[in-house]
Design a protein around this ligand. Structure first.
Ligand SMILES: Cc1cc2nc3c(=O)[nH]c(=O)nc-3n(C[C@H](O)[C@H](O)[C@H](O)COP(=O)(O)OP(=O)(O)OC[C@H]3O[C@@H](n4cnc5c(N)ncnc54)[C@H](O)[C@@H]3O)c2cc1C
Length: 238
């Protein structure tokens, strides 16, 4: 496994609680849209065993042609040791990235694509949408629905409806509106439904989608194959 140590080149305050860390792209390093990495802080591999409290999974919120590896995360006042250290990091400080993998590349199957996310889950979808804007081949249209109770919605310049690009973006700030809209979207019985958020959020979305007759194969989660069957048992009947 190759560990890339790289420098923070910019920190963007997306909202009062959400920051994007742009990291120098290590030479020869690339990734697919929807990819996640292990982000590790200084000292994580100092002992015999890796120190888990200094490592987190993070989606890459940028595309390779943006020339930086973007990490977008919410840092609340009461936060983990990992986030408390991250908050104090500055441009020029080093972090490590490793184990890059995408569970949710954009499927080009001539279908309508629905991107359902909660909070910073939208960061996983940012590169999918940019990839689609660059090349819409074999994707009918994309519809993004994001719920964020803070009402500080992320990436407003990209997540803005653009009828000419067949892209629709919706933000809601409460669960009632969110799940009503998921039911509406699920009237498309042939769509692909990507879901990103906490495990509890995934379970609730899957329940609503399955009730509407959406099959497990139409639901795409940011989970490794070995974890997928916990969320989407293929023998589940509607
Ligand atoms: C494939 C994948 C991709 C992911 N991508 C992203 C991503 O792009 N961005 C992202 O942010 N996360 C992402 N995650 C989740 C990420 O790995 C972390 O689990 C998540 O950000 C929570 O981080 P944390 O554990 O450091 O806790 P925090 O975010 O600091 O805290 C989680 C909750 O616990 C509370 N809490 C924690 N510690 C304390 C404390 N000491 N006192 C009081 N309250 C406390 C916080 O208030 C908060 O509500 C991804 C996970 C996976 C599996």
């Amino acid at each position: 496994m190759k560990i890339y140590w790289t420098k923070i080149n910019k920190i963007i305050e997306e909202t009062p609680e959400v920051k994007t860390y742009l990291l120098d792209c290590p030479e020869g390093y690339t990734w697919e849209e929807g990819a996640h990495i292990h982000l590790a802080l200084e000292g994580f591999n100092a002992g015999e065993k890796p120190n888990r409290s200094l490592i987190r999974h993070m989606s890459i919120s940028t595309m390779p042609n943006e020339k930086s590896v973007g990490i977008t995360t919410r840092i609340k006042e009461n936060c983990s040791e990992f986030k408390a250290i991250l908050r104090k990091l500055e441009v020029g400080n080093e972090v490590a990235v490793f184990k890059t993998h995408s569970n949710v590349p954009l499927k080009r199957e001539d279908k309508n694509v629905y991107l359902l996310s909660s909070g910073v889950g939208l960061a996983t979808f940012r590169p999918l949408v940019l990839d689609y804007f660059e090349r819409a081949d074999n994707v009918n249209q994309i519809h993004s629905l994001n719920i964020d109770s803070s009402k500080d919605f992320l990436f407003p310049e990209i997540f803005e409806s653009a009828p000419d690009k067949k892209f629709t973006s919706q933000f809601v700030d409460n669960r009632k509106d969110y799940y009503e809209e998921v039911k509406n979207l699920a009237t498309d019985k042939d769509g692909l439904f990507y879901v990103v958020g906490s495990d509890e959020f995934l379970v609730q979305n899957i329940e609503v989608l399955r009730e509407q007759g959406i099959s497990p194969e139409q639901i795409k989660l940011d989970k490794h194959d070995r974890q997928l069957s916990d969320f989407l048992p293929s023998d589940l009947s509607v």
